[in-house]
Design a protein around this ligand. Structure first.
Ligand code: GAP
Length: 456
């Protein structure tokens, strides 16, 4: 239940996700595995839609971006050059009484938050997961599960440059899994040990980096707003000098007001020439750019917008969650942007009457060719609307007895609960337009008629 400020509790979201098949605890029948989660039938659609919306905005609709999909395991030298072997660690403290481990930077005092026990001195704990490649478990065969997708793009800088013949500024985008052996996890899918990132490495001429940095901060902030996140729940926070990562010249976090408070959703960093220069040094390969206009060779600077897929999914769910009153009852509704909604249209025959079913199935077959569509004929129309509202389905299409005579059906919109009636042959085109953002207004040509009236 949202509190008086409209904020929803994490428990409400976790419970909705489990009940409706968005997200389940991993390997739950064995008691679950700490901080690992499985995306269910609706979650996988939502997550895929988030990734597609990102890819569309940063690759498909731009001239200056291309995508790659690098392997999760990379040459171990990658992580020496990037600084992860040496420095990708958190200070870990352990409670001498209950043995619980904590990230020192998460604590306010000097005692264990659980039992008040005395804590050990902090020691550095590397967050990369290690494994062995091949049958022999020896130091020479150690490989790491990548802790970020970024390095796959730096090591492919030259390959991409050669095949795409891009000129600066240009960027590489990638979506993929990353792994971190986080000391403390929690807050549902906010901090986990296995997660997905959507990262851009945008290469620019040194000197133009600050301008491009500001450009990307705005682009990325606006992306969340465009997909429906409320302005008051989103803010930018610049990193202080002491907080900047070893490679960063400047960094902004896009923060979201999660149920547990403001926290990072995405980081946008100006990484200077650190990464290309390091990989060039460790690989002995030149990773410079030849500028045809000036006749110079130089190492490009890079601007890196780095977003978490799972954190984005969480913020979209939290932001969309609402409870309002419909016909005197509390209605749970997810006001998800239509681009993100897992199911775009539900087809609801007024009843299971054998005369209605063939037409309803025919409409369903036509709709599912175009949209993720669900067919639901169980229980009353009201109950079915509630089920679709709760999973964020923007439109429900109802087939009734009158449809058999006039070949018209009713569309009902999730947010306003308004309804319009229209010829079946207009359905796909109309839904395409409405899902694309056309306002849902009753038009003269259609007789507005509520399905409830038809049901009587
Ligand atoms: N290449 C830069 C980089 O990885 P980061 O701030 O460590 O920067 C970027 O991570 C984004 O990845 C974060 O803003 C967050 O959305 C996501 N992320 C990082 N660690 C995560 C974790 N343990 N669980 C879920 N998402 C995480």
């Amino acid at each position: 239940m949202p509190d008086e400020t409209g904020n929803v509790e994490m428990e409400t979201i976790v419970s909705l996700c489990k009940r409706r098949g968005f997200i389940f605890p991993s390997s739950e029948i064995y008691g679950g595995l700490g901080s690992c989660w499985d995306y269910g039938p609706l979650g996988v659609e939502l997550k895929r839609n988030v990734k597609n919306a990102w890819w569309r905005a940063v690759v498909q609709e731009r001239d200056d971006m291309v995508g790659i999909d690098a392997s999760i395991m990379m040459h171990p030298q990658t992580w020496v050059a990037s600084g992860h072997v040496e420095g990708f660690s958190d200070p870990l403290v352990e409670c001498k009484a209950c043995n619980r481990r904590w990230r020192a930077t998460d604590l306010n005092g000097n005692s264990c938050p659980d039992c008040g026990g005395e804590l050990t001195e902090p020691r550095l704990f590397n967050l990369m997961f290690k494994t062995f490649m091949g049958p022999v478990e020896e130091d020479a065969s150690i490989v790491y599960l990548r802790p970020e997708t970024a390095q796959g793009m730096f090591v492919n800088f030259d390959n991409v440059l050669a095949c795409s013949r891009k000129k600066l500024p240009f960027g590489i985008a990638q979506i993929g899994k990353a792994f971190r052996n986080e000391i403390t996890t929690g807050n549902f899918i906010f901090r986990t040990r296995e997660f997905e990132q959507m990262e851009i490495e945008y290469f620019v001429k040194p000197g133009s980096d600050e301008e491009w940095f500001n450009y990307w901060v705005k682009q990325r902030f606006d992306w969340y707003l465009h997909l429906g996140i409320k302005q008051e729940n989103l803010r930018l926070r610049q990193h202080g000098k002491e907080e900047l990562a070893h490679y960063a010249k400047d960094c902004y976090d896009v923060e979201y007001l999660f149920p547990m408070g403001w926290a990072e959703l995405e980081g946008i960093a100006n990484r200077g020439d650190f990464d290309l220069a390091q990989h060039s040094k460790y690989s002995n390969k030149s990773l410079t750019y030849f500028d045809e206009e000036t006749g110079e060779h130089y190492t490009p600077y890079v601007i890196e917008p780095s977003a978490g897929v799972d954190r984005s999914v969480l913020s979209f769910l939290v932001d969309a969650y609402d409870e309002d009153l419909a016909e005197g009852e509390i209605r749970v509704v997810l006001h998800l942007h239509s681009e993100l909604a897992p199911i775009k249209v539900a087809i609801l025959p007024l009843s299971r009457n054998e005369k209605l079913v063939p037409l309803a199935r025919e409409v369903y077959t036509e709709l599912r060719r175009n949209f993720m569509t669900q067919y639901d004929d169980a229980q009353s129309i009201g109950r079915r609307y509630r089920r679709q509202d709760e999973i964020g389905t923007p439109f429900c299409v109802t087939v009734d007895f009158q449809s058999l005579e006039d070949n018209q059906v009713t569309i009902r919109e999730r947010d306003s609960m308004a309804q319009i009636r229209l010829p079946t042959k207009e359905l796909v085109r109309t839904l395409q337009a409405k899902l694309g953002g056309e306002p849902f207004a009753t038009q003269d040509l259609w007789t507005a008629k509520t399905v409830d009236a038809l049901e009587e």
